[in-house]
Design a protein around this ligand. Structure first.
Ligand SMILES: Nc1ncnc2c1ncn2[C@@H]1O[C@H](COP(=O)(O)OP(=O)(O)OP(=O)(O)O)[C@@H](O)[C@H]1O
Ligand SMILES: [Mg+2]
Ligand SMILES: [Zn+2]
Length: 364
């Protein structure tokens, strides 16, 4: 799996979490006074587990270099392969989590076997039961000198306050589109996949703010390629069953420029090419909504910049400036209606959208 193969193995390979890396490396400069408990909070697939493992490697690396693991020595390799005795990862969401914490309580007092520190990573830490939480709390109050605890969670607000008050908190940021594209470029280069930036941007946009989802999607698309097929925008659209943002914006432009013929042809040809028109309608609504909000709230631009490539944001801005609020609102209303109708299994599947176009353009 790409997301396993390309998991960051050193701090320098983590994309977009620079502040966290800097603070952790500062701690590493003085291992004698290292804080012993950490909370890694943040959205899924943003690097919490990866960072925890890199931290554990740096602490136990045999080629001590303080700020980065060597990633070569026996300890680093053992951690990469998940067989380092002094690194324990438990999933608090699973049943065994509670039992494991009991075991750990019993044996964490013993000195590390292979390395210098015993590191305990508690994943999904918000799922810890009261009993397990209390057991851990005892440990956190007086941890053995060689023990390091890393709690990872997507829902920090659910962590017991008594635990929160004893740990160093790090908030992992949502991945930006640029960061995800950078990672996809790196994978594409390594795997010798030829793909232009636009295709990668399309994949990144589809994956919300999670590296893992983007990497998995790239992999699924690559696996679906035929022998001589190249990764291009159309292929990705086909794979997702969804048109690119660019095409949706073309469609919106046709509506606002009163090009009824082009718009109707657009609907029909996409239907013939097998695209789900209800999804097309929903995507259109999504972009009209971005335009609407941008119209009344100029700072929305920052949001857009995080989620869409610069070209798309440029086009959204352009439409926002040109079209007045009433028209945008009307377009949204009509499209919502069309979405509603399109669920009704009309005798002609293109009808709901065609009516929408005619309503919008006729009322000019
Ligand atoms: N900051 C990052 N830089 C580069 N790649 C990343 C980064 N964060 C995540 N990834 C990619 O996503 C995959 C999953 O990351 P990781 O397991 O560290 O996420 P997580 O925050 O622990 O997610 P979850 O909450 O789902 O456990 C990694 O194997 C890696 O390929
Ligand atoms: Mg994780
Ligand atoms: Zn090492």
């Amino acid at each position: 799996m790409f997301y396993q193969k390309y998991r960051p193995r050193k701090f320098s390979e983590l994309i977009g979490q620079e502040l966290i890396v800097k603070i952790l490396q500062n701690f590493l400069k003085d291992v004698e006074r290292l804080p012993q408990a950490y909370l890694f909070a943040g959205p899924k697939g943003t690097g919490k587990t990866s960072t925890a493992r890199i931290f554990a490697k740096t602490l136990n690396c045999l080629n001590i270099n303080q700020l980065e693991p060597c990633d070569q020595c026996l300890n680093c390799q053992a951690i990469n392969q998940g067989r380092f005795m002094d690194l324990v990862e438990i999933d608090a969401a699973s049943h065994s989590g509670v039992d494991e914490i009991r075991n750990i309580k019993d044996n964490i007092g013993f000195r590390p076997i292979q390395g210098r520190f015993k590191v305990l990573i508690i994943d999904e830490a918000h799922m810890l039961s009261q009993a397990a939480g209390n057991a851990l709390l005892k440990l956190l109050e007086e941890p053995p000198k060689h023990a390091i605890f890393i709690f990872a969670t997507t829902e920090p607000e659910k962590i017991l306050p008594t635990i929160l008050s004893r740990i160093q908190r790090f908030d992992f940021q949502r991945a930006t589109l640029t960061a995800i594209i950078r990672k996809l470029e790196l994978i594409a280069r390594a795997e010798k996949i030829s793909a232009d930036e636009k295709v990668l941007a399309l994949i990144a946009t589809e994956s919300g703010a999670a590296f893992r989802d983007a990497e998995a999607l790239l992999e699924r698309i690559v696996l679906s390629l035929g022998d001589n097929e190249k990764l291009n925008g159309e292929l990705v659209e086909k794979f997702l069953g969804k048109l690119s943002s660019e095409k949706i914006l073309d469609f919106i432009a046709m509506i606002f420029e009163n090009k009824s013929e082009a718009a109707i042809k657009f609907i029909q040809s996409n239907y013939e090419n097998g695209f789900d028109l209800s999804l097309l309608t929903r995507e259109t609504i999504k972009f009209l909504r971005e335009i609407l909000i941008l119209k009344v709230l100029p700072s929305w631009l920052n949001q857009l910049n995080h989620r869409y490539p610069a070209e798309i944001v440029g086009r959204l801005e352009e439409i926002t400036v040109k079209i007045d609020l009433v028209k945008i609102r009307q377009a949204i209303k009509v499209m919502i209606e069309a979405e509603f109708f399109s669920r009704d299994n009309l005798p002609v599947p293109t009808l709901a959208l065609e009516i929408a176009i005619i309503d919008l353009i006729k009322t000019e």
